[in-house]
Design a protein around this ligand. Structure first.
Ligand code: SF4
Ligand code: SF4
Length: 380
């Protein structure tokens, strides 16, 4: 194995087999103009060399239908969370451990901003997943991914209140913020209006596909009635699962977004095709039903810490999501650090992989590394 970058960490998910590296080099010789973009890809990948997930809060102020966090009866529940000084020390130690990319997850991290401030003092790169209803302190210098579930009307149904307008007012023009639109068969019709509103507020949009938890699917299969919490809509409407037709519709709305809002849409055709492909995105172990090749698996260098600051042995940051049904953007992006054989078969396909790596940086990294400016239009 050779590495796509010069680090010495043992991180299999970003190691590139020798044969693939040879093929990369052949493609770079065939099309020398790819070389600066390949350098950019390596730079981006290097930032993900030692990642970690941090659960920042066990609370949330919304009631999203099928929430990956609360619609999980087995979720880790920490009885006593650690006091603020411990968070300071913890992130200092995480810096010393060499964490290069931090993912701050929920329930709702914006409810625990002192913890985020402690992290920003020590960690250079991070991404906060938030619902956008609470403005995050400007001193917290991480990428902010604001979850979007449709327009305000859809929000009222699916999230228990109007969210989008408030999130847009909180983050209009904030260069940390990216709208993370979770598409489901219930909200595809709202995409054009949400794209327009995002553009009007200076907010770029990237896409995710709704991926149900096992608990949620089991309740639907058992025909349970509403619990008035995170299982309210499915008892009446059925599962928001992606059928073949719904996947084609999702693909179409992403295509329209890329065409109609090219400067505001953080997606590429290859990524669209990846998350809307028929069947599971990953190689599923038939014994465990867990994705064997998903880059979001908590293994190797990738760690997950709960709010008591202990490393937890969980499958991934959404442990109750069914891997067979999973189309989460996090698993999809984090599995692309090594170009698969399909992206090495021709210069055209390799360019699609380069496009994805450049977009990956735009979605996750704040501030955008200088190499994006250095390369100028070569990076576009
Ligand atoms: S904002 Fe996130 S954590 Fe909160 S209820 Fe919605 S999906 Fe769950
Ligand atoms: S992110 Fe990966 S490990 Fe987690 S549920 Fe999805 S496929 Fe499974």
């Amino acid at each position: 194995m050779r590495r796509l970058y010069d680090q010495t960490e043992n991180i299999p998910s970003t190691s590139i087999p020798r044969e693939m590296l040879r093929r990369c080099n052949a493609l770079l010789s065939e099309v020398p103009s790819f070389r600066p973009r390949y350098e950019l890809a390596k730079h981006v990948i290097r930032i993900f060399r030692r990642p970690a997930f941090y659960e920042m809060s066990q609370r949330c102020n919304l009631w999203c239908e099928g929430c990956y966090y609360f619609e999980n009866e087995d979720r880790l529940k920490v009885a006593v969370e650690r006091p603020q000084p411990d968070w300071q020390d913890f992130f200092e130690a995480e810096k010393a451990r060499g964490v290069s990319m931090a993912y701050f997850v929920g329930a709702e991290p914006a409810l625990e901003q002192q913890r985020l401030l402690a992290a920003t003092k020590h960690l250079k790169h991070g991404k906060i997943g938030t619902n956008g209803t609470i403005r995050i302190d400007p001193d917290i210098a991480f990428r902010i991914g604001i979850s979007v579930w449709g327009d305000d009307e859809t929000d009222t149904d699916l999230r228990g209140g109007s969210v989008l307008g408030k999130a847009m007012r909180n983050y209009a023009g904030d260069d940390r913020a990216v709208m993370l639109f979770t598409l489901s068969p219930w909200n595809l019709h709202t995409v054009p209006d949400v794209m327009k509103a995002s553009q009007d507020h200076g907010l770029a949009v990237t896409f995710n596909l709704f991926s149900p938890t096992q608990t949620y699917l089991e309740k639907i299969a058992q025909g349970l009635s509403s619990d008035e919490k995170f299982f309210r809509i499915a008892p009446e409407k059925g599962a928001p699962s992606f059928t073949t037709d719904e996947l084609a519709r999702a693909s179409d709305v992403m295509t329209s977004a890329m065409e109609d809002f090219p400067d505001m849409t953080l997606c590429t055709p290859a990524f669209r095709d990846l998350i809307t492909q028929l069947g599971p995105m990953f190689d599923i172990d038939p014994e465990t039903n867990i994705a064997r090749d998903c880059g979001s698996r908590i293994q190797g260098a990738l760690k997950y810490f709960s709010t008591n600051l202990q490393a937890e042995n969980v499958k991934c940051c959404t442990p109750n999501v069914d891997c067979k049904e999973c189309r989460l953007y996090s698993g999809a992006w984090s599995s692309q650090f090594i170009p698969s054989a399909q992206f090495l078969q021709s210069a055209e396909m390799f360019e699609q992989w380069l496009d994805m790596m450049e977009m990956l940086g735009r979605v996750f990294i704040y501030p955008l590394p200088d190499i994006y400016q250095t390369l100028g239009s070569d990076a576009e």
